[in-house]
Design a protein around this ligand. Structure first.
Ligand SMILES: C=C(O[C@@H]1C=C(C(=O)O)C=C[C@H]1O)C(=O)O
Length: 352
């Protein structure tokens, strides 16, 4: 008879993005009682990617670009993802009123907190609009970024707060919405990745993490009011001030944790474009942890609320784009190079 181990196997060590985009999962893991099954580290995405590749975390959400740059060490969980099928509300190109087409030769400050959105915006500007800005990496601080540059790309709670704060003269261009307009695809900003070695040696643990996350996504979807209330309480502790409850309700209708066929297609499209820019290796194919079949994570999201007049107009504009010519990585793009992008941003009060 094999003796029982004296100590139980170490709990899987999970990363948790310390932004409001993961508040629904924090709430649901705690509410469902699964939180105690894991060791959890909450940190910004770039710190989580560092810890995961160093081996001090086992499974973590990481920026899509960080996954694509580390496929030799990481594998994918087939869900959840942090994505949006349209505006995401928390990943913006911010200008002083300029449209993307007016940024040729301009300086754009790129937040060092982001890996995916900063590359996404560069690809949108260069591949779809056809402008060539100059880029500077900058700590995420909007005022300092706009003092040093003509435009800034920022993500997370700082960007979400901008969609509610009235900042006269500023135009917000939602990165999720721009990508959707230009490609017709959802955007996947972050994925849950597992260390390759851990995925191979600890299949039952990886399965348990995946199941707990899928159950958390389901639990959060069924309780939008409790989720928004919990996120609002979290935001009360921030020096930047609370995010209103109704904004959070809207935010969690925009954020989509689903990992289905369209998200896989979106990852492939992003990866292909990023490779054409020399930012990730060419020819990558997403690889899932052994034993975990890709499929939809959780139940389908609830139907979207009826479109506003503005959204209907945007949609109409998207449908009437004439596809003409090819961009420099060989993709069809709209007439005039930037036809899938709006002529000007929404000034002062955000895109939502
Ligand atoms: C939607 C978001 O997703 C994120 C965007 C990331 C990026 O741009 O690299 C990384 C992780 C996620 O936090 C957000 O932060 O607002």
């Amino acid at each position: 008879m094999t003796p029982l181990p004296l100590t139980p196997p170490a709990r899987p060590r999970l990363g948790d993005i310390s932004f409001l985009n993961c508040a629904p999962l924090r709430w649901a893991l705690a509410d469902g009682g699964a939180r105690e099954d894991f060791g959890v580290l909450s940190a910004p995405p770039e710190a989580l990617a560092r810890e995961l590749t160093r081996g001090t975390l086992d499974v973590s959400p990481v920026s899509l670009v960080q996954y694509l740059r580390n496929t030799d060490r990481l594998m994918l969980l087939p869900g959840p993802v942090i994505g949006s099928d349209g505006p995401v509300l928390s990943c913006h190109l911010v200008t002083r009123g300029a449209s993307p087409a007016e940024l040729d030769g301009a300086t754009v400050a790129l937040s060092t907190t982001s890996r995916s959105t900063v590359l996404l915006v560069r690809m949108l500007l260069e591949d779809f609009v056809g402008v060539r800005p100059r880029y500077v990496a900058h700590r995420q601080d909007l005022d300092a970024m706009l003092a040093a540059a003509d435009a800034a790309v920022l993500i997370g709670d700082d960007a979400l707060r901008l969609t509610v704060a009235k900042r006269p003269g500023l135009a917000l261009h939602d990165a999720g919405q721009l990508w959707r307009r230009c490609t017709g695809l959802p955007m996947v900003f972050a994925v849950w990745a597992v260390r390759r070695q851990y995925a191979q040696e600890r299949q039952p643990q990886v399965r348990a993490v995946h199941e707990a996350l899928a159950a958390a996504v389901d639990r959060a979807r069924l309780a939008p009011l409790a989720v928004a209330a919990a996120a609002h309480r979290e935001s009360l502790g921030s020096p930047a001030g609370p995010v209103p409850f109704d904004v959070l309700l809207r935010y969690y209708r925009a954020i989509d944790y689903t990992f289905g066929k369209r998200q896989l297609e979106a990852i492939r499209e992003f990866s292909r474009r990023a490779a054409a820019h020399g930012e990730v290796p060419a020819g990558l194919e997403p690889e899932f942890a052994p034993g975990l079949a890709p499929g939809e994570t959780g139940t389908p999201p609830p139907p979207r609320p009826p479109a506003t007049r503005q959204e209907k107009e945007n949609d109409q504009a998207h449908r009437t784009v004439q596809i003409q010519g090819r961009d420099h990585v060989g993709n069809a793009r709209g007439a005039g190079g930037g036809a899938c992008l709006p002529a000007s941003g929404s000034r002062g009060s955000g895109t939502a």
